[in-house]
Write a protein that binds this ligand. Structure first.
Ligand code: NAD
Length: 350
């Protein structure tokens, strides 16, 4: 366990088992402020899988906050979905008390499997929660950032705007559907898929999108591939199928391994680092929690453009993959002079 924590540089791991609640909170780094990150409530095959998920995701949140100029540390919570029947409201209230016991070191928010009502139940026990109904769903802000990031990447890579460009969107959930709507407005031609056929049909009717089977999305001829469903979708099986020039989507942990980012770079595909392009949600959740105005939050999301341009330019000039540059920049913010111990070659580059 400790060696896994060390691998991800996670500082704290907290467990709670009470009634039907089996929860883990991972706190990666508190240098920039209290840790903030969503709470997952999904099926896990075993405890080890749940812990690994929490550790990996907490690290991603630290890096996301670092490059989004958000004064929060990285943290993530995972609740193992009980196998049998359970009282959902009681479970999330119990989880709220668990969060309260950490005295503000971790602030939770919505993630896969949780909803606003759950956040409200948590809020009945602790104030260390965002995306409750008084704060709102971060997804529109995430989608706003993804549109901006995609435009920035397309301008950099292809020297044009979205008019007439083909964008293949994988997953039409809270973020993917909002993204489709905005890209349709910008004049892009959409190719879409979702495991939920109703969502695809909706996009077909509303945005004149072409619907393709889920397994065919990778091989679509398009300028942009936008993963907005699951993680690890860029892997040895899918990358050889890709026909795109840019990858820009909201999903967390899109690269199955770091080596995949290098392969994309070598193939001349511009990969927009996931935790940078999808940081609008964190900017929103943290901003609202800290009492920023909508205008201030919008301004913070817009800064994403400069960060991405810096990553793209460094990646091109230094001949290093975009995710390597992004990681080195984040480590510089988090660890300062000590970052050299972590990744000397990359730190030199940024
Ligand atoms: P969501 O659950 O609302 O939507 C995900 C969609 O993807 C669903 O419609 C689902 O049916 C579909 N999907 C799942 N597997 C698929 C597959 N193999 N092929 C095609 N479609 C598939 O989630 P969301 O809030 O829209 O988030 C999308 C992604 O972005 C997630 O990976 C999430 O972690 C990430 N993200 C979301 C936010 C946010 O603010 N919502 C912020 C940062 C990152």
């Amino acid at each position: 366990m400790f060696s896994t924590m060390q691998d991800q540089a996670v500082q704290e791991l907290h467990f709670c088992q009470q009634g039907s609640l089996e929860a883990v909170i991972a706190i990666h780094n508190l240098t920039l402020g209290p840790a903030m990150g969503g709470c997952r409530f999904i099926d896990y095959e075993n405890e080890a899988q749940a812990v690994t998920d929490a550790l990996r995701l907490a690290k991603g949140m630290s890096y996301k906050a670092a490059l989004a100029h958000v004064p929060q540390g990285g943290g993530k919570a995972v609740i193992m979905k009980p196998k049998g029947s359970f009282d959902r409201q009681q479970l999330f209230k119990q989880f709220g008390r668990f969060i309260q016991s950490l005295s503000g070191r971790y602030i939770t928010a919505m993630d896969s499997g949780t909803q606003v009502q759950d956040m409200d139940d948590i809020r009945s026990q602790t104030t260390f929660v965002s995306s409750s109904s008084n704060i709102g769903d971060p997804s529109p802000a995430t989608a706003q950032g993804v549109v901006l990031g995609m435009l920035t990447a397309v301008q950099f890579q292809l020297g044009q705007n979205m008019q007439g460009l083909r964008v293949a969107i994988q997953g039409l959930g809270h973020v993917g559907m909002a993204l489709a709507k905005q890209l349709h407005k910008e004049g892009a031609k959409l190719i879409v898929c979702d495991v939920d056929a109703q969502k695809s049909q909706w996009a077909q009717q509303a945005f004149d999108a072409e619907v393709v089977p889920v397994d065919d999305i990778y091989r679509q001829e398009c300028e942009v591939f936008s993963p907005c469903g699951l993680g690890s979708v860029l892997n040895e099986k899918t990358i050889p199928q890709l026909q795109c020039k840019v990858i820009a989507g909201s999903a967390n942990n899109q690269l199955a391994t770091d080596a995949m980012g290098k392969i994309l770079h070598d193939q001349g595909i511009l990969y927009v680092p996931d935790y940078v392009i999808n940081s609008g949600g964190l900017i929103f959740a943290s901003g609202r929690f800290r009492g920023l105005s909508a205008q201030q939050i919008g301004h913070e999301i817009f800064r994403l453009k400069d960060t991405l341009n810096k990553i793209f330019i460094l990646s091109k000039n230094k001949k290093l993959a975009s995710h390597q540059i992004a990681n080195a920049m984040a480590e510089q913010v988090l660890y300062g002079a000590n970052a050299h111990n972590i990744n000397a070659e990359m730190q030199e580059a940024v």
